[in-house]
Design a protein. Sequence first.
Length: 561
Amino acid sequence: MTRRAGAAAPIDLAKDPAVGEPLLSVRDLSVEFAIPGGGGVVPAVKTVSFDIAKGETVALVGESGSGKSVTALSVLQLLPYPSARHPGGSIRFAGEELMGASDHKLRQVRGNRVSMVFQEPMTSLNPLHTIERQVGEVLQLHKGMSPAQARGRVLELLRLVGLSNPEQRLGAYPHELSGGQRQRVMIAMALANEPDLLIADEPTTALDVTIQAQILELLNALRHRFGMAMLLITHDLGIVRKMADRVCVMTEGEIVETAPTATLFARPQHPYTRRLLDAEPRGEPVAPPADAKPLMEATDLKVWFPIKKGLMRKTVDHIRAVDGVSLNIREGQTIGVVGESGSGKTTLGLALLRLISSQGSVRFDGRELQGQSFRQLRPLRKDMQIVFQDPYGSLSPRMSVAQIVAEGLLVHTRLSAAERDARICAVLEEVGIDPNSRFRYPHEFSGGQRQRIAIARAVVLNPRLVVLDEPTSALDRSVQAAIVELLRKLQSQHRLAYLFISHDLKVVRAMSDHVLVMKDGRLVEQGNREEIFECPRDPYTQALLRAALDLETIETSNTAI
């Protein structure tokens, strides 16, 4: 009993008496985290209840830290015990209680009947195992496939999720893939055994708009073909509107409103729901000053990675990650860089900062960076900062937030301990993190909160140029709007320049004065914001914009795979 394409309103399947017992039933779920050192407990989820029927998609939405991911992890009992505990509640899947279930029963369920796509693929994939081994392991464990049988199915799954050149990717390791490619591998692993329930925690966060559209169509087709239910956790309300049958809105660990999707978007009842629906990055980008000088210039920049084969590891070809790119960033200007996953966007940013080797000219404030040693570049690092795409992977798990943000201050300034602490508190407050939490560690924060900490680390030194690699991808819409406003304010005050890398074209449009479009390592088009968004010339740019619009109008379908 799934929703038909074009239906006027979704049916509340979980409450339809004709359906019978829900596939998943969560009742009065509560979660607490113990504070180290006997400091009490922090309630993360408070008496949450919801149902999911077979074939139904339920979306769990809310701001970062609202308890969405903790609720999802509780279903498969994946929370870190004993620091996390359930003071009460029940989780029943297909009539069987999972709360307190034995390890044997949970192993039968996890990855087989219930699968999960995690928010941060780099930390979810094993860095020591190839892609073939990681996806194939699920098939061998639950389906009893031989390595040869598993290899064929792995290739089929990688093609299904849109991974280019899957035969060449089988022997690759996670660090050799882009963020979007890693997310597609995670989705392939989750779908390998055709689960009854898929828990998707921000499944398209790291994906560009064209792949987002493909993945959403894929998930919809699988849902209809196999009768698969889905618990969708996302901050993208455009995806929720077109993917979900019902929506549960969470804030501060509680579900404050539950309604069929069409009803919730048309007539939201709770003030928090109305605030979420109104949140959107708006406004105009900060125009660079009229007298702005060139700050960063690149001419014919190339980053080629050798492909080596044979016993002697002879170079037979190259992967042209960046191939002859030229650009000019002025003081106070924001250059947006868009393109599909693997197009070379992140590699371009790393090459400009001399974090990876490259060919071609790179000049910062008139000074040539190519050929400079690490020691010679060190004084310039204060003026050139970066915010990485994956905040969990880029923040040391052994350092507190205060230590992470203070690291640059220790290297580049001579502030006293009290002055450093005051600077840390001020920048954390600017990015929306409670300064009193500065002695906590990254794993104690949500994904969106970790990204704000990463931004604080970058801007605490008052740099002149910041490379922002998907800085808002892990953030919900309301926080995205706040971060965009923060970045604009910093830019106006300090003539700060940004290289803004993102697949979210709405955020790019709100932030960028000039836009570069990349495909296969090359620039296919560039121009000011109005030219790119209103009159794109290149067919590839036109396809990107069509895909972004299609995400707002995508309809569920019964298309077979």
